[in-house]
Design a protein around this ligand. Structure first.
Ligand SMILES: [Fe+2]
Length: 395
């Protein structure tokens, strides 16, 4: 996120003395990506950001992964899943590989613990619900249709105002707008389907209740040679003690209503629907739009064999034209793996001819390494889907 922002108080020159009204120095912290060689922000704390008094194991929920073997397209009904209600600790693993993991949770209205993901950025799609995300940078409001992008190692907590369905895309890398949408200095270009006005970062700092709060637990998800693990760190003072910050690294939200779909005379390929990219995966959204206007256009996609990727569609609104007749509905995921062609149910092709607009909404994650099924993916599977193109009833 190479888009400069300043919130709260910061000194005129970086790395210089900056004191509170009583004359105490604030503690300056640089949060920076790729060593000191990429986007960063400078945060000014009341307390020492490295002062911990305890570190214990936090047992993560089941992170096991089962290979997609024998190879099949899959249909997973996320709305059939029972989850606990914590926005962070009750996420159930649906799909994952060594680059990205997709978890799902239906929250209650209680805040999550303080948390940070030290593995990579999180891009949490809000399927439904409202609330806020409190972070060391300030507070973000969230609503249905938002992507909440939280940079790696950002201490935060989710505070739902009501039960919320969260689709958590957890990267092992950073999540950012596609490079082809950016100028050489990082501004979103004219041909991009959204611009900086659509990205909503914190507008004011968020200080914890009273500066004297002590011994505050933060859950940290991180990696070891043994895989993904959790640690509960206890801080001497509250991490929400930042009086000001500035820079180009911070959390933000982006709502799918602010994405301006790119359309064409004939069918446009999925990259025109891309919204973000991470290492070895992309995120796209298919949104209500006018469709192809050639007189002989076929508005639904042609069959395609994505030889280098697994494709995950999460159906979040409307009636997805190409999947009509497959059993897929709102809250469904389809996994179309590399090595096997996929496309519309045959009846959907004729049915789409002459359509002028689609009312569908879906969020897509395309990965460049095969995805395994998490325990929730196995629990939510509709086993009939793989055979739905053949038009036969099979076991
Ligand atoms: Fe596809």
């Amino acid at each position: 996120m190479a888009y400069y922002r300043q919130v709260g108080e910061v000194p005129q020159k970086r790395h210089t003395q900056f004191r509170d009204p009583d004359g105490h120095l604030y503690y300056e912290e640089l949060m920076g990506e790729e060593g000191f060689s990429s986007d960063s922000s400078l945060l000014y704390h009341r307390g020492v950001p490295s002062a911990i008094v305890a570190s214990e194991v936090w047992e993560l929920p089941d992170q096991s992964r089962t290979p997609n073997h024998p190879l099949k397209p899959r249909h997973l009904r996320l709305h059939d899943l029972e989850t606990g209600t914590d926005p962070v600790t009750d996420r159930r693993l649906v799909l994952g590989n060594n680059d990205v993991r997709i978890g799902y949770v239906v929250t209650g209205a209680e805040p999550s613990p303080l948390y940070r993901n030290a593995i990579g950025d999180e891009c949490v799609y809000v399927e439904s619900g409202t609330g806020t995300v409190e972070t060391v940078f300030g507070v973000l409001a969230y609503r249905a249709g938002d992507y909440v992008v939280v940079p790696r190692a950002t201490t935060h907590r989710w505070v739902p105002a009501e039960p919320s369905r969260l689709y958590a895309i957890e990267a092992n890398s950073h999540v950012a707008p596609p490079k082809r949408y950016l100028s050489k200095h990082g501004q979103l270009l004219e041909h991009a389907p959204y611009c900086e006005r659509d990205l909503h970062g914190p507008t004011q700092v968020h200080l914890a209740d009273g500066p004297d709060v002590t011994d505050v637990e933060v859950l940290v998800k991180h990696r070891t040679s043994a895989g993904i693990v959790g640690t509960r760190m206890t801080y001497a003072t509250h991490p929400f003690d930042v009086v000001g910050w500035d820079g180009c690294l911070y959390p933000y939200t982006f709502n799918i209503d602010d994405y301006m779909p790119i359309t064409g005379k004939i069918h446009q390929p999925p990259p025109v629907h891309q919204v973000f990219e991470g290492w070895n995966f992309v995120i796209c959204n298919f949104l209500p739009r006018k469709v192809d206007y050639h007189p002989l256009a076929v508005p639904v996609p042609y069959y395609h064999s994505n030889v280098d990727s697994d494709e995950v569609m999460f159906y979040v609104g409307g009636d997805y034209e190409a999947r009509k007749g497959s059993g897929i509905g709102i809250g469904s995921i389809s996994l179309h793996p590399g090595g096997h062609a996929h496309g519309p149910q045959p009846s959907a092709i004729e049915a789409s001819l002459g359509a002028e607009a689609f009312e569908e909404s879906a969020v897509m994650v395309d990965t460049f390494a095969p995805l395994d099924l998490g325990e929730a993916g196995i629990a939510a599977e509709d086993p009939a889907y793989a055979w739905s193109w053949a038009g036969r009833v099979l076991p």
